[in-house]
Write a new protein. Structure first.
Length: 291
């Protein structure tokens, strides 16, 4: 199994300006934000950070905290874009801004994997606000977007409208990911590609409890059953847990041992604009038929 790094480069509407001393300074369009970043243990390039707002975490480890605003930031959000996809960025109570910019190289990689397939169908589990779904749909895939949060799926639909992509073939589903995948297995369904970005903890629309360490092995096993020797790929990302890329890589390797192809694992990173260093943000594992 190969261990690699997948690095997100700055683009017009997003960049990691600087990071260090447990924080990071980022630009989201015309606004700048400071957020906690435990991985940035080094010194920043500059001590003089000019930001519109900063997220100050709570004293516990449950991810709480609040935003402190130094200048006006639109409460309803503001439009950003990646390639042809338009979406709304917005400060949220969970410290992020309505999408995950370090996923950009993942979207690019997935698009490349499905190019050789005629009329590919892909599944995005824990699809959140739909940026990844729209990235793949605009690349030619028929998409099934699954998220347990009604609010997130509504935001994803709004992003489709903002992008002018309402006519693309996307099914927007408010579902518990585990239950949906198990039902698709029973139906004998198959997909050409699967993207899954499960949270550490969550609840389904009917109160189902999701715990990553407990639920991930069965979910990967069921995802494997939705793919076959003609499928293109699966991409798994994991954030904010005490888990190794080697561990999730081995989980995927064993699940896909009966299929030809390549399993790789490693870290997602974002390149800092100030010095070019790479800030690790998540771990991932992926299987691809063609490497």
């Amino acid at each position: 199994m190969n261990l690699i790094t997948l690095t997100g480069e700055p683009w017009a509407d997003y960049g990691l300006i600087d990071c260090g001393h447990g924080r990071k300074l980022e630009r989201y369009g015309r606004f700048r934000f400071i957020r906690p970043e435990p991985q940035a243990m080094w010194a920043p390039a500059s001590d003089d950070w000019d930001a519109d707002a900063e997220f100050v975490p709570a004293s516990d480890e449950d991810g709480g905290g609040r935003w402190h605003y130094f200048r006006d930031v639109p409460e309803e959000g503001w439009p950003l874009g990646w390639d042809k996809v338009k979406f709304t960025a917005q400060t949220t109570p969970f410290r992020h801004l309505g999408f995950f910019p370090d996923m950009a190289p993942v979207w690019t990689w997935l698009r490349g994997q499905i190019v050789p397939i005629e009329n590919p169908e892909a599944l995005n589990l824990f699809g959140y606000t739909g940026v990844g779904t729209l990235a793949l749909a605009s690349g030619g895939a028929r998409m099934v977007h699954v998220d347990a949060s009604k609010k997130s799926v509504e935001a994803a639909r709004q992003n489709a409208t903002l992008s002018g992509m309402n006519d693309l073939p996307v099914r927007w589903l408010i579902e518990d990911a585990g239950k949906f995948v198990a039902r698709e297995v029973r139906r004998g369904r198959r997909y050409d590609a699967i993207l899954l970005d499960p949270p550490k903890w969550g609840r389904g629309p009917n109160g189902e409890v999701w715990k990553l360490e407990e639920g991930l092995p069965d979910l990967i096993a069921d995802c494997r059953k939705l793919l076959d020797e003609n499928s293109a790929c699966l991409f798994l990302t994991v954030y904010a847990v005490r888990m190794s890329a080697l561990a999730i890589g081995e989980l995927v390797r064993q699940a896909f041992a009966d299929l030809p192809g390549t399993v790789e694992a490693g870290e997602l990173t974002v390149r800092e604009e100030s010095r070019g260093l790479e800030l690790p943000t998540a771990i991932f594992a992926r299987w691809s038929r063609n490497g």
